[in-house]
Design a protein around this ligand. Structure first.
Ligand code: TMP
Length: 254
């Protein structure tokens, strides 16, 4: 049997060559990192949950006309995605102050923002993903003004839709990070949503108790990471069965 070629290995995912032209396979690891890799651990079951949650959210978004790289889930840990040229930006949307915004601007965590705020970070591990402005992005050619316009429009739609979807599950979408890619179809290029949307890159708080149901449980050593991610999947109605017994035999994934 031929071994699949690894195209790229990141902190939480591996990209393998795809099964069809123009596709690649996204494999979700159980590895968790924070602080640009300063803190590391393995959280059994996290990859399975993120694969399923991201599949669900990308599919729901495609249903309202948001173009994404997602093609289909292949198994517990892998999904087939379209091969795109990743734009080297992390687009963060904030609805409620938390994390680095609270630290940087001295706004108490949990303060509702007067409007949703979009921030950009340049994807560069060596530089610790620095905060950048639209000026930097267009001046250095990371994205064109048209690319940026497309990304902002999509980001606003994603935020509106996901805020409502999570609210229906008793979850407040505090903030999240998106990545986009350029999808080439013959001579035409479209900006599509890429990477993943999961509790690894969203802040998700219970609407009543404000309990954290996201990666802050890992970043802040609160424990119960898989339990929190499972709770998100359960509330979305997509909990994969037998998540802890993944290696103990055949598993049914709904
Ligand atoms: P921050 O408050 O640390 O800037 O994070 C804002 C949101 O972006 C939060 O939901 C976590 C997510 N995020 C990532 O997914 N990857 C990253 O590298 C960073 C810094 C944040």
């Amino acid at each position: 049997m031929k071994r699949r070629r690894v195209i790229y290995e990141g902190k939480a995912k591996i990209i393998y060559e795809g099964t069809e032209p123009g596709t690649v396979i996204q494999y979700f690891k159980d590895d968790a990192t924070a602080g640009n890799g300063a803190k590391k651990d393995t959280i059994e079951g996290k990859g399975v949950l993120n694969n399923r949650i991201s599949e669900y959210l990308m599919t729901q978004l495609a249903g309202i006309g948001v173009p994404t790289h997602f093609v289909r889930r292949l198994n517990m840990r892998e999904q087939l995605i379209k091969e795109v040229e990743i734009i080297p930006l992390e687009v963060v949307v904030r609805n409620v102050a938390a994390g680095s915004m609270s630290k940087r601007l001295g706004i108490e965590e949990g303060t509702a923002l007067p409007r949703s705020i979009i921030e950009y970070y340049y994807k560069n591990d060596g530089l610790n993903d620095p905060w950048v402005s639209e000026e930097h992005i267009t001046a250095f050619g990371w994205a064109s003004p048209q690319d940026l316009d497309d990304m902002v429009n999509l980001t606003i739609r994603v935020n509106d839709f996901l805020s409502g979807l999570f609210l229906g599950a008793g979850i407040k979408l505090v903030d999240f990070k998106l990545e986009f890619g350029r999808l080439w179809e013959n001579d035409f290029m479209r900006i599509v949503l890429a990477d993943e949307i999961s509790p690894d890159n969203c802040r998700l708080w219970d609407t009543v108790t404000n309990e954290k149901l996201d990666k802050d449980r890992f970043r802040r050593d609160l424990g119960g990471v898989v339990e929190a991610y499972s709770e998100v999947a359960r509330r979305l109605g997509i909990m994969p069965e037998n998540i802890q017994g993944e290696n103990k035999g055949p598993v049914l994934v709904k």
